[in-house]
Design a protein around this ligand. Structure first.
Ligand code: SF4
Ligand code: SF4
Length: 262
């Protein structure tokens, strides 16, 4: 996989554009906001005045409540396709209506920052883990949340690999049951039962070097720390470990079944 920002045409990530830095990152809220922006942006003439007016209109609309004031929530994140599967930059030269012109210089960070930023996952996630996430997390909102959390992804995979005493191979991704159980695990970033009433889903895209290869106990702690950061609630108590390990066991069973049938 060459591009973790957009591994295929079915999903993408826009975490570093501030997508998740909002108090309500539920699917309904984020989806409605992006839908509105994309719809309005279609009719914005591509000139500086109109684009700046659009930016100000979105910024003043008050439709998103920002969590961390140091992370800008860019007004130009939108859906890039009619099917609303791919999120990204509406100022990018390849985005519909821009005729190859790069308008990113008009955003808060400026063009150079947008072009040159690569989150830690680019360098720190091994290729097999990038492939696992891309194959098992199927929608833009979950994909962006998961792929940017290096510690979470490495710890989940580390727990499974520890149980089966081998490194996961790409071949397991050919089995639908395995893919599904891996997806269920990784999407705890959104479906963690103890966080079902919470609207926050914070992205860890700027956190570096969180992962330390270590014992099962440490890996579990990493997973629960990631979930705590995501939801903004402390889930690091021992009582939360059983659920993680039950889901790890489901994946391990599915993987062993595939290994046994080959
Ligand atoms: S947070 Fe990382 S993966 Fe997501 S869009 Fe930015 S650079 Fe790409
Ligand atoms: S202008 Fe920059 S920050 Fe805004 S959506 Fe595009 S790439 Fe992201």
């Amino acid at each position: 996989m060459k591009n973790i920002c957009r591994p295929d045409n079915l999903k993408s990530c826009a975490a570093c554009c501030g997508l998740y830095n909002v108090a309500d990152a539920s699917e309904s809220s984020l989806g409605a906001e992006l839908r509105k922006r994309s719809f309005l942006f279609r009719n914005v003439p591509r000139n500086v005045n109109d684009l700046v007016n659009f930016k100000q209109f979105i910024a003043c609309s008050g439709s998103v409540k920002i969590i961390d004031p140091d992370i800008h929530v860019c007004e130009f994140i939108g859906f890039l396709d009619q099917e609303e599967r791919v999120v990204g930059c509406m100022l990018h030269p390849d985005s519909t209506g821009n005729n190859g012109i790069d308008f990113r210089g008009l955003c808060h960070y400026g063009s150079m920052a947008c072009k040159s930023f690569y989150c830690p996952a680019w360098m720190e996630l091994p290729l097999r883990i990038k492939s696992i996430v891309a194959a098992s997390v199927s929608d833009w909102r979950n994909y962006g949340l998961v792929i940017t959390d290096v510690s979470f992804c490495q710890s989940i995979v580390g727990l499974i690999e520890g149980r089966i005493s081998q490194v996961l191979s790409h071949e397991i991704l050919n089995d639908q049951k395995v893919v599904q159980t891996l997806g269920d695990l990784l999407m705890l970033k959104d479906t963690w039962p103890f966080g079902s009433s919470l609207r926050q889903r914070r992205s860890a895209y700027y956190l570096k070097n969180q992962f330390k290869a270590c014992s099962e106990d440490d890996l579990l702690r990493n997973v629960l720390s990631s979930l705590s950061f995501t939801y903004g609630v402390d889930f690091t108590g021992r009582e939360f470990r059983d659920l993680i390990m039950a889901k790890i066991d489901e994946s391990v069973d599915a993987i062993r079944l595939v290994a046994g049938s080959n």
